[in-house]
Design a protein. Structure first.
Length: 236
């Protein structure tokens, strides 16, 4: 009787020798060997640069004039209101100021809080109508009731109402001579009135405000006070 024994150990696969990498001897050979990793690294660096440009919005550090303390609408700017700070801005932004001397003595059209960069359109002047449609003019109005001015602020829309007659010789009649015109400027004391109510002293400017209106309405609005009582009605 013959006995046969089978080995339970699996045969090992033949060892595959590792290829020997000859060290690069020249720079060109080194570049050829690692050209793919280098190309990928340069591509990632370029992408990072592009993302950095977009994330910063191509802004640069600039020294510009900012508000150092709150300035109410209609205020005359003094040196204490201003400071020069370094901020990130568009290098093509030409609406800002780099010297406080350019602003001292000018008047603010809208209220500005501390830390705000002052731009030209925030001033009373030729920039007051910035962004309005062609044919818009800034019209000063004298309201018959100066207390009304304390209820207004730049940006508020108002209807301008003219009331004529005295109830005796002439019948009292009211008509709206301008609808939903925006207020551009109010006197400083009106901006400072607590809770929008009139202080004990009458507001400076004797009830004068400035509104934006179509040029076709300018004659009717500017001469309204000579024809009767002029009122401003707040609208949405």
């Amino acid at each position: 009787m013959s006995l046969f024994f089978r080995s339970t150990t699996a045969p090992r696969p033949p060892a595959i020798p590792k290829p020997k990498i000859r060290p690069a001897r020249t720079r060109s050979e080194l570049l050829r060997r690692y050209r793919k990793p280098l190309a990928m690294a340069f591509a990632l660096l370029a992408l990072a640069g592009v993302l950095n440009v977009f994330s910063s919005g191509q802004l640069t550090q600039r020294e510009v004039v900012v508000v150092s303390s709150d300035i109410p609408a209609g205020s005359e700017i003094v040196a204490n209101h201003l400071s020069v700070q370094t901020v990130r801005l568009d290098p093509e932004d030409n609406e800002v100021f780099d010297s406080p001397e350019q602003l001292v003595g000018q008047r603010i059209a809208v209220g500005l809080s501390a830390g705000t960069v002052i731009r030209k359109y925030a001033l009373v002047g030729e920039q007051l109508l910035a962004g309005t449609i062609n044919g818009t003019v800034a019209v000063p109005l004298r309201l018959s009731d100066p207390a009304t001015v304390t209820l207004l602020h730049p940006g508020q829309l108002v209807d301008i109402v003219l009331t004529t007659g005295d109830g005796f010789d002439r019948e009292i009649s009211s008509s709206t001579i301008a609808k939903a015109v925006p207020v551009l400027w109010v006197p400083q004391s009106a901006s400072n009135s607590e809770f929008g109510m009139l202080n004990s002293a009458s507001p400076s400017g004797e009830g004068i405000i400035v509104v934006a209106a179509a040029s076709s309405l300018s004659d009717d609005l500017s001469g309204a006070v000579s024809r009767g009582k002029v009122s401003a009605v707040l609208v949405n």
